[in-house]
Write a protein that binds this ligand. Sequence first.
Ligand SMILES: [Zn+2]
Length: 215
Amino acid sequence: MSGICYRCFKSKEACLCSYIKELDTGVKFVILIHPREARLMKTGTGRIAHLSLKDSELIQGCSFNENERVVKLLSDPTYHPFLLYPGNGAITTDSKAFKEKISGKIPMIIILDGTWSQAKKMLKYSPNLQSIDRLSFNKGYSSRFIFKREPTPDAISTIEACYYTIKEMGELGLAFSDGADNLISVFDRMVSFQLECERKRRELNAPERVPLQIN
Ligand SMILES: [Zn+2]
């Protein structure tokens, strides 16, 4: 048994800590992680994103309406909060409205880390998150790897969501995106390790444990 790295929550063999480079983007990220996602140590990227982003927080829960830390952050005038969530009414990073809203404030990007149905439930049980501005990407992205448990084709991992946010904001001069590519390098390393483990398992005719397909 190799044991677990209690920093990145990967097995010591798959530990990503030496590949993680801390980024100071000028953007605050708040990753709200569903408890079931937190237990999925194999696929969860929220923790890796948190370790990679200097000004970030990882908060676990299903409902955040009474979560002391979330309530405090949402009322902090230093920040303008945005929920990264697609759909009608979401503003894009290249919109005039986005630029105006963050003027003089630190943008705080809140991400729901879980499957699509977990994210929908987190939002349903968190009225305080329903009322904040929603942000979506300028462009459509698909994940470099699709985890089969995700039903929607455009679902991307939390670490990819952070990367595209920083990249788009960086292109507009609204964030420091130098070194952000490392987020994707760490993600690629994580996925290739998982694929390699799965390949080895299949060679031994073991049942599929982490179904993955290359996009
Ligand atoms: Zn580690």
